[in-house]
Write a protein that binds this ligand. Structure first.
Ligand SMILES: [Zn+2]
Length: 411
């Protein structure tokens, strides 16, 4: 939810709407939210092949966002700017976001519709598949106090937990806890008792410097509880917050790794640039992905550092990154499948056609994928990633069978 084309897409929509192009915008940018799949697609060879060789009960989408506007007693909170057409970027962001989850036309029950839509989509996956819902912490200041006025949106842990608990055959959940909170360790222990499978951070927006000693007691607790930390690294555009882009630098995660924390870098840091801090204060900026690669190559992190493949297929990503992720088979045991739902449901963000042009997909898969996306963005993202290829190389089945990664070792 923090990607440049999100804003570009919103701007494009605003332009179309402003020019009286509502109908056109609806056709080209809005996801039509169709529910069930046509039978010729469900049984299509391309879809069946995607499940072949996998145990669906081991396939967990480790990166999916819970969203809403707080109309269902969920405790969800979003910035008032996102509710006002006077702030068109945020306003259209919210429309896109909720439309991607197909909850936009349900006054009074947007939160509930978002979850019901997820049930519906998971029913379209093979039985046993589960999705991990991510909570989303508020922005905090250096003293560990919540700063609601800097928080773009807040998805409380209790809400993610309760949605997951209500439907354990569909969902797992991950908590989100700010490490500067005075009660961060107690909150983490409580979340672990309540079944949280991981912790999710978006450091620049939440106001977290992963390299700060203020994180140490949280890291020690994560290592002790064997809970993985899924954290965004690389560029972060759309979620406004504490505004410290340098805190997204992958190198700053060494502090967590050195505490023995299992760290999952979201999207393999596939977007943006960061300063090469290993080369000093005035070092040049390099691609965030190259810093992710450097960390992946450091032997002492071989059993601790991982990457998720959510959002790597968005249009704004460098295709060379996808190619490298496919080719680096030695990394595959350390890559985890995730969709970054609802992003795959946002029509302008992913282009199967472009991937086929670049020989990363069989062109025969394109029409099937385009139909899938209109009906089921989860299945779309899964089938697409199962079919991605660089020459004869594809993602290993283990990339998709992520469940075991979230089993905690007994202390
Ligand atoms: Zn995400």
């Amino acid at each position: 939810m923090n990607r440049r084309p999100f804003i570009l897409g919103a701007a494009a929509a605003a332009m179309l709407l402003g020019a009286g192009g509502t109908a056109l915008a609806r056709r080209t940018l809005w996801n039509p939210c169709r529910a069930s799949l046509p039978p010729d697609i469900t049984g299509h060879e391309i879809v069946r092949a995607a499940w072949e060789g996998l145990d669906p009960a081991q396939v967990w989408d480790c990166h999916a966002h819970l969203a809403g506007i707080g109309d269902g007693g969920s405790g969800v909170n979003i910035t008032p700017r996102m509710l006002s057409p006077l702030h068109p970027t945020e306003y259209f962001q919210r429309l896109f976001y909720l439309n991607a989850g197909c909850a936009h036309e349900a006054p009074g029950r947007v939160d509930q519709s978002y979850v019901e839509r997820l049930h519906n989509l998971i029913d379209g996956m093979a039985t046993g598949f589960k999705l991990m819902l991510l909570a989303f912490e508020r922005t905090h200041d250096a003293q560990g106090q919540a700063r609601p006025e800097l928080t773009a949106f807040h998805i409380p842990n209790a809400y993610a937990r309760d949605v997951a608990r209500a439907h354990p055959t569909y969902f797992e959940w991950a908590c989100s806890i700010h490490p500067y909170r005075p009660d961060c360790v107690e909150a983490l222990e409580a979340a672990a008792r309540d079944g949280a499978r991981a912790v999710k951070w978006l450091p620049p927006a939440m106001g977290i410097d992963p390299a700060s000693p203020a994180c140490d007691r949280f890291y020690a607790a994560l290592a002790r509880l064997d809970l993985p930390l899924i954290t965004h690294a690389g560029e972060e555009k759309a979620v406004h917050g504490a505004g410290q882009p340098a805190w997204g630098n992958p190198l700053r995660l060494r502090r967590a790794l050195d505490h023995g924390v299992r760290v999952v870098i979201a999207h393999c840091a596939s977007l943006g640039e960061d300063q090469d801090e290993d080369r000093g204060r005035n070092a040049p900026r390099v691609s965030s992905f190259s810093l992710f690669s450097r960390l992946m190559g450091e032997q002492r992190y071989a059993t601790l550092l991982f990457g998720d493949i959510s959002a790597i297929n968005l249009r704004n990503r460098d295709l060379a990154v996808i190619r490298q992720l496919l080719e680096r088979e030695d990394w595959h045991p350390r890559l985890l499948f995730g969709t970054d739902y609802p992003l795959p449901g946002i029509l302008p963000l992913v282009s199967a056609r472009q991937l086929a042009r670049e020989k990363l997909l069989d062109p025969a898969a394109v029409p099937v994928l385009e139909t899938l996306r209109e009906h089921n963005p989860l299945l779309f993202d899964f089938v697409l990633k199962r079919h991605l290829r660089a020459g004869h190389r594809r993602f290993a089945t283990g990339v998709f069978e992520t469940r075991h990664f979230f089993d905690r070792k007994p202390a």
